[in-house]
Design a protein around this ligand. Structure first.
Ligand code: APR
Length: 311
């Protein structure tokens, strides 16, 4: 059985463990700083396995040594922004948490692939790559699958068509400047901008861009976790099963799309080698302008990180 360790056993971490176990994709280790909590959640989940007949081991721990020989490490550990905390304060705190999670796990699993979920996502993936010194194939940020799934869900709600017929592609940074591609998205092969009236499509694009915030406003005490955690699990599955799945992920840019030394959401081929290829779409001028605007915003957060911590 393969082994996936999840750092941060909060909402997204524990739910990712749940999806992984339920699909019998790997043995799971849940790590958190809070004593007892990962142990309790893991024991509870392990007790659900006989009911669905899945033979996976689920371990909760406060000790990184238990992550030894993981095939994949998923990093969800972090804190949410609290009143009075600036963006830079949050960046610094999460950079410390993610940096430690990355370097500690690498000691025990030198061959692991990393999937990063902690926000600000693109910048935390950048930090993980710099801190571990791993090649870009092995450090991947989750965002595009989630943002695209949100857009697909909104299109399904608007049209009543099965989600299975709806393909959407959202690229760029994981923030309000993300780039939903309406020309490349389609319903059963029909481009979205032909299927839907312009005003309806615009409303869906705007709702997608603010998809995370909409849920925070409703939950009040936390952020989305069902879809974000399942997005991570789809990435893990593609790597574990060598699927060669094309999905939008945050990847290190080395000249692709004219971008350098930054993480950004682009379509990648995910397989046993991690990011096996980066796919370059052909953009028109309007798409290119949106893409560049989003890149500038991500680059700004990368620069803020560099001014706060030593990489
Ligand atoms: N090591 C391990 N775990 C830690 C550490 C640390 N140093 N610091 C905090 N944690 C744990 C917390 O104890 C908590 O259980 O990380 C967990 C975070 O869980 P939640 O607060 O429930 O947050 P969650 O909704 O899971 O989101 C986590 O993912 O989607 C992003 O924006 C989101 O950055 C956030 C992250």
């Amino acid at each position: 059985m393969k082994k996936v360790s999840i750092i941060g056993a909060g909402n997204t971490g524990a739910t990712a463990a749940h999806w992984l176990a339920e699909r019998e994709l790997a043995d799971v280790v849940l790590v958190d700083v809070v004593e007892g909590m990962p142990q309790g959640k893991s024991l509870d989940m392990a007790q659900a396995m006989p009911i669905i007949g899945k033979d996976v081991k689920i371990l909760g721990t406060n000790n990184y040594a238990d992550t030894k020989d993981s095939d994949i490490i998923i990093i969800t550990a972090g804190v949410a922004r609290k009143p009075g905390m600036s963006r830079d304060d949050l960046l610094k705190i999460n950079a410390e948490i993610v940096g430690t999670a990355a370097t500690e796990t690498l000691k025990y699993s030198p061959n692991a692939f990393y999937i990063v979920l902690t926000n600000p996502l693109d910048t935390m993936a950048y930090l993980t790559m710099k801190k571990t010194g791993l090649p870009r194939e092995r450090v991947i940020g989750q965002a595009g699958i989630l943002d695209s799934a949100r857009m697909r869900a909104f299109v399904a709600m608007e049209t009543g068509v099965s989600v299975e017929n709806i393909q959407c592609y959202v690229l760029g940074g994981h923030g309000d400047e993300m780039v939903p591609l309406t020309r490349h998205s389609n319903i059963a092969g029909i481009p979205l901008n032909e299927y839907l009236a312009a005003d309806k499509l615009e409303a869906i694009v705007n709702r997608t861009r603010k998809g995370g915030g909409e849920i925070v406003n409703l939950l009040k005490t936390g952020s989305a976790f069902y879809a974000p955690s399942l997005a991570c699990v789809q990435m893990a599955e593609a790597i574990l099963k060598d699927k060669k799945l094309i999905v939008p992920c945050a990847a290190y840019m080395n000249g692709e799309y004219g971008l350098n030394d930054m993480y950004f959401g682009v379509p990648v081929v995910l397989g046993a080698g991690g990011i096996e290829k980066i796919i370059e779409y052909k953009f028109n001028d309007a798409e290119k302008a949106n893409f560049e605007k989003s890149a500038a915003s991500v680059k700004e957060t990368h620069e803020a990180l560099k001014s706060l911590v030593t990489l």
